[in-house]
Design a protein around this ligand. Sequence first.
Ligand code: SAH
Ligand code: SF4
Ligand code: F3S
Length: 446
Amino acid sequence: MLQSPRPTVYIETYGCQMNVSDTELMLGKLTESGYESVEQPDGADVILINTCAIRDHAEQRVIGRLGEMKSRMKRDAVLGVTGCMAQRLGSQLLDRARHVSLVIGPDSYRDLPLLIESARSGIRTTATEFDLEEHYEDFTPRRFDGVKAWIPVQRGCDYRCTYCIVPTTRGPERSRQLAEVVRETESVVSSGISEVVLLGQTVNSYFDGQHDFADLLRAIGNVKGVRRLRFTSPHPNDFSAAVIRAMAETEACCEHVHLPMQSGSTRTLKRMLRRYTRERYLECVDKLRKAIPNLALTTDVIVGFPGESEADFEETLSAVELVGFDDAYTFKFSLRDGTPATRFPPSDTVSDEIASDRLARLIATVRAGSRERNLKLLGERREVLVEKSARRGGLLQSRTRDFKTVMIPGDVSSIGRYLSVELTGTTGSTFIGKVVPQRIALPLAV
Ligand code: SAH
Ligand code: SF4
Ligand code: F3S
């Protein structure tokens, strides 16, 4: 008897690492249920767009992409929208796009195979309930990255930053059991991966009922074979003394923290409901730097938040200079429906022209600072982990423990290896490196 070919599934991912990790879970579940994963939407039986809702721009890209799919998908294909935009818009998406037949929020991936089956028989569904127990523990993720593993340790968020849609799209905060995270780490290490990145919206507020983030760092750092341990994103208020001590004492823990600042003005931070002041943020930076020598710091900053004055913005610039960030992700404020920021009076709105101007000035300040820091590192040696082929120049892209990108010559057989490199040049943000042969201790002649 002829065996019918396996149905194919294509997933396209937008947004943060949490979404990338969710795509890995969905692909794991679907391949286990008999689907074959493909790299292109054309001809696929199932197309899923895993979406982000963080800024309007992110949603517009998805809307455009959904329109494009209309002409690219084959006639009987199932098109589904998953992720944060699915959660935010729910059945509105089904009304707006007739060729979409599934809308599935981040807590409903468990039923994915069933929902796809019913969509294939013509039933259009929305699944957007939050499930406070859901961690997809029994899913085996299908990882794309063979060098580092993203491990979700917490879902949702209990903060209520006034600009942010995430609490609406991801629901309340919940942490996985420490033992489960250890188990997943062990399995990742046994597949040859030695760098793990713990994921959560405010990852250092992790608490599984018994263990906090300090316990988690120590436990994961102790898993044999974990050579590099990172986490993202922490909240400044959740850097307890115990967490900082655990970072300093856990050898695998890398000398880099991504510490979202959002603004350097206490007045703006208050209106953002970030729950810290400029001074407390700077104190947090000091504590981290005292405990961890040569710590690299990166951040997120928003400009043009409602009511942000020129003086507030200048405080952001001065905080960026004072801290000396190694890099920063910079964003123009985007008003999201349903967030508390919609309640500020229209007179607080910062015009797009002013916001664009501030963004350009902020980027220039960040670049000048990181260039100055990076120039000072030239000539130094670093251990790098080779991540992938670089897009240009036949080079490889590698990373230091302190999160610097170093381009080095070499061939793909080096991917996944640790090498010693000398930093020989910098574009200001990334480095060019020369591989330095490791000195091998030879036994003395007798
Ligand atoms: N949980 C993380 C942030 C996740 S969102 C944290 O608290 O640090 C990633 C970044 O997007 C945020 O740090 C913020 O800088 C930016 N962001 C979130 N909402 C935004 C909005 N409405 N407009 C512009 N930028 C936004
Ligand atoms: Fe959004 Fe704030 Fe939660 Fe981060 S901490 S996800 S910015 S609400
Ligand atoms: Fe976007 Fe959702 Fe992540 S809104 S940034 S994909 S949590």
